[in-house]
Write a protein that binds this ligand. Structure first.
Ligand SMILES: [Zn+2]
Length: 287
């Protein structure tokens, strides 16, 4: 059971190191404050002035807060490379009248065990992970996952795009032919070839490609605020780039294109290009 604690404005103020001189600070919510590795945290700021810029420094990076009607929001990924323990996120803001300040939020990253998987692939299949011809597809996918659009298009829990048994879990350490290859950045769901694949949440299709030799037929949906979902190894793509899709809409069909040992959907959720646990998004706890 995941616990979503909300930091009240008062609690945040108690943690602050420095705030704008002679003026109340904006109020900030952060949830969850005890995320697991592979979760995300949702940070929301209610400004008490006209914001010139606002950002959150988290895990060595600076994430701009994005205007979302009445609030300024950012989704902070807890990377697979994060270490468990107490750390902090620092919110900075500057108003157009020159006032500026910062709040320091305490975050307690929970440890989490990830499995190990050994995969045996033919030399030609295994070679595709690092082949020159896959550079283009990695670059295109990378560019789509870098996309940060301001409008938050999702609301509520994400839908799992297919039903079926999880054959490879998120975050697992994958060895190919005896050598460490990569962390598994999504979940593999085993289901028959041709099974309809549904959009996990509302968004805009940011990439489709049926020529990738590693990922196979691929769809990426941008859900706004740096959150994207990726669907690969499809047998058929039913949407085009730029298309607005709604949660549950069929976007393609399950296949085994690219490097795949059988029909399955590899489904991944990314926040600011960091892979995060799809099952976290399936049970957001009301945020
Ligand atoms: Zn996979």
């Amino acid at each position: 059971m995941r616990h979503f604690a909300t930091v009240t404005a008062a609690a945040v103020l108690a943690l602050s190191l420095a705030v704008g001189v002679g003026h109340a600070a904006p109020s900030v919510d952060l949830a969850p404050t005890s995320p697991r590795i592979g979760d995300v945290m949702f940070l929301r700021m209610w400004a008490d002035g006209e914001v010139l810029r606002a950002a959150c420094s988290w895990s060595g990076k600076s994430y701009p807060l994005l205007e979302n009607s009445e609030t300024y929001d950012v989704v902070l990924p807890v990377s697979l490379k994060a270490r468990a323990g107490t750390t902090r996120a620092v919110v900075y803001w500057k108003y157009t009248d020159g006032r500026m300040g910062q709040l320091v939020l305490s975050v307690n990253v929970q440890s989490r065990a990830f499995g190990v998987q050994h995969l045996t692939l033919s030399k030609s299949q295994a070679g595709k992970y690092s082949a020159e011809e896959t550079k283009r597809e990695k670059r295109l996918i990378g560019a789509a996952l870098d996309l940060v659009t301001a409008e938050r298009r999702w609301s509520g829990n994400f839908l799992m795009p297919v039903e079926g048994r999880v054959s490879t879990e998120f975050g697992l350490q994958r060895y190919v032919n005896g050598r460490f290859s990569y962390r598994h950045r999504g979940v593999d769901i085993a289901c028959p070839e041709g099974t309809p694949v549904k959009a996990a949440a509302d968004g805009v299709v940011s990439l489709t490609d049926d020529s990738f030799i590693l990922h196979g037929q691929t769809v990426i949906i941008d859900h706004g605020q740096g959150v994207s979902t990726l669907y690969i190894h499809l047998s058929e793509i039913l949407v085009g780039a730029g298309r607005e899709v709604h949660q549950g809409e069929v976007i393609g069909r399950v296949g085994s294109t690219g490097v795949a040992t059988g029909p399955h959907l590899h489904f991944a959720v990314y926040a600011h290009h960091e892979p995060v646990d799809p099952f976290f998004w399936a049970d957001l706890g009301g945020f």
